[in-house]
Design a protein around this ligand. Sequence first.
Ligand code: HAS
Ligand code: HEM
Ligand code: CU
Length: 573
Amino acid sequence: ALPSQSAPSGALPGLDAATLSSLKKLTQYYAVTAFIALMIGVLLGPLQALNYGGINVYDYPLLKVLIKSYYQGLTLHGVLNALVFTQFFISGWMLYLPVRDLNVRPNMRFAWFTYLMMTAGLLTAAVPLLTNDATVLYTFYPPLEGSPVFYIGAAVMVAASLLVAGQVVWLWLAWKRAHPGRVTPVVTYMSVATWLMWVVAALGLVIEVVVMLIPWSLGLTRGVDPLLARTLFWWTGHPIVYFWLLPAYISWYAFLPRQAGGRMASEGLTRLAFAMFLVFSVPVGLHHQYADPNVQNSWKIIHMFLTFLVAVPSLLTAFSAAASLEDAARAQGGRGLIGWVRRLPWGNASMTAQVLAMVSFIFGGAGGIVNASMAFAPVVHNTAWIPGHFHITVGTATTLTFMGVMFWLVPHLTGKRLASPRVALASVWWWFTGMMLFALGMHWQGLAGVPRRAQVSASAQQGVYDAMHLGLPKMITAASGIVLFIAAILFYTVLWRTLLSRRMDDPESTPIPTSEAISAAGETLADASPLVRRTEPLLALTFAALVLVILVYGPVIAPMLTNYQFIPGQRLW
Ligand code: HAS
Ligand code: HEM
Ligand code: CU
């Protein structure tokens, strides 16, 4: 049980045993579906790494049976890993945590409905992806035109996640009504702030897909405006990366300190970071469109400065996470300026996964600041540098954290014991090493001008690629693919062996590792600090976020609407 758990009050039924068991099963379904998607997506990754190592495997007849082209594989890889894996895991995780934290009883029929709806959306979108009818990459930029079935499936998936958001916000509001004057417990605070951010963020994508892409791909309109579509896409596309990151931050703030033997630094600071993400995550999308014509430079510059602003809560997180790890290590006798690091419980695979995820994010975040700088952007945009950047953000900071979380979450949900903790530990080191090598090779190649999204190993492009003399980074990239393949085999061996084993314990004997705080927020708003009081009204902050988005997107989008271009679709595959 969580320490912040509140007693059920008259109007609000608490969790009973039957509901809890159904909720655990649902969370397990979300998480396992997520990891099945990741497994398929990750099988394709090493082939792409070989491509960036100059080795073309896409002509092998056996592979040709499964995927028609490099680009069909890349579309599956991007969609399954970045869109499906994340969304399923997060929807389960960020429903489960606040419900446990508040001890309220959710409507389980509705909760199961959202899972079934999301899965239906996934299966729908999977059909055109697998039949090579929607080889449009995970950004599906028009005028590339995929089957309408793909866009419809994707829309259903996103809609399902918005229903989960609605359910969590609803439960939180009910708790607020039943507990007037109380401070929202911190795990719930982080979850609700993230969900509300996602609601504001998703508006762009929803409009793009529902108003533009679906009617167009059904042949109901004579064309589509690529610039407007891209702009709406990145309205969602940037904050979606925080929708992937913040659930990992929840673990770094609330659970990792306890797993390391320490405490969360400050609940007030944690709330400030999430409040800032809620307000500043969305109005920054133009940093993906510096190279796009017909967008005024002044707006690109404003989005650049707002991007630097939204890096601040991540810097707060770096400070706070380092402080709680140091607190943990010193409590176990750690000494020295950095010598204390050795006293962290490195034998624990779940902790190790998350600390390594954090280390990767130091480099991922620094690279992000480079991407966002308009002076550097032309050097790195559309080069292999960019996949280098996001495999140590979403591919490691997020993915390796979720892998680490699974090591305690599966036992907690099922009562099964983690199979081979030592293999689990090895898998996270292999993943971390593989991704760091991958990032090194890809950033390096990118600086030399190697493009992303290119089958550089295919004969048509091989000559140019060879002329670049990139022997070493190519070798590193190819090797990283092999290392990551081994990491994946180790990880999935542990996961499937755990899931297929027999139930051994009462699931609650593996508790949620909720950390105490060195500086807590307090129980009631009346006793709380001004910071805690001012960060409490999440709906007002959401409104502020919406106003800011309208301010910085209104003048960008308005001229695109008055000058709408009807561009016919293309199928390049
Ligand atoms: Fe990014 C492109 C800028 C963060 C993902 N990004 C992408 C794409 C993806 C992605 C998928 O401005 C490709 C999209 C596409 O296909 O075209 N990104 C940023 C910035 C940040 C950032 C400024 N990105 C992320 C995160 C992602 C992600 C998070 C996924 C989860 N990104 C860009 C830009 C582009 C871009 C441009 C477009 C590039 C182009 O030209 O196309 C910031 O949010 C980063 C802030 C982070 C930090 C780091 C804080 C460090 C922490 C760890 C501390 C560690 C400790 C460990 C304490 C400032 C919190 C201690 C350990 C011990 C052992 C003691
Ligand atoms: C793209 C390799 C795991 C998300 C790529 C590319 C490579 C690659 C080489 C660049 C392809 C190109 O630009 O032509 C790998 C390897 C992995 C792995 C070896 C580990 C086995 C992951 C994970 C995620 C992820 C875990 C996210 C959770 C993506 C995305 C793209 C991508 C979103 C961009 C697709 C696009 O440009 O349309 N991957 N990857 N990858 N990867 Fe991975
Ligand atoms: Cu971005």
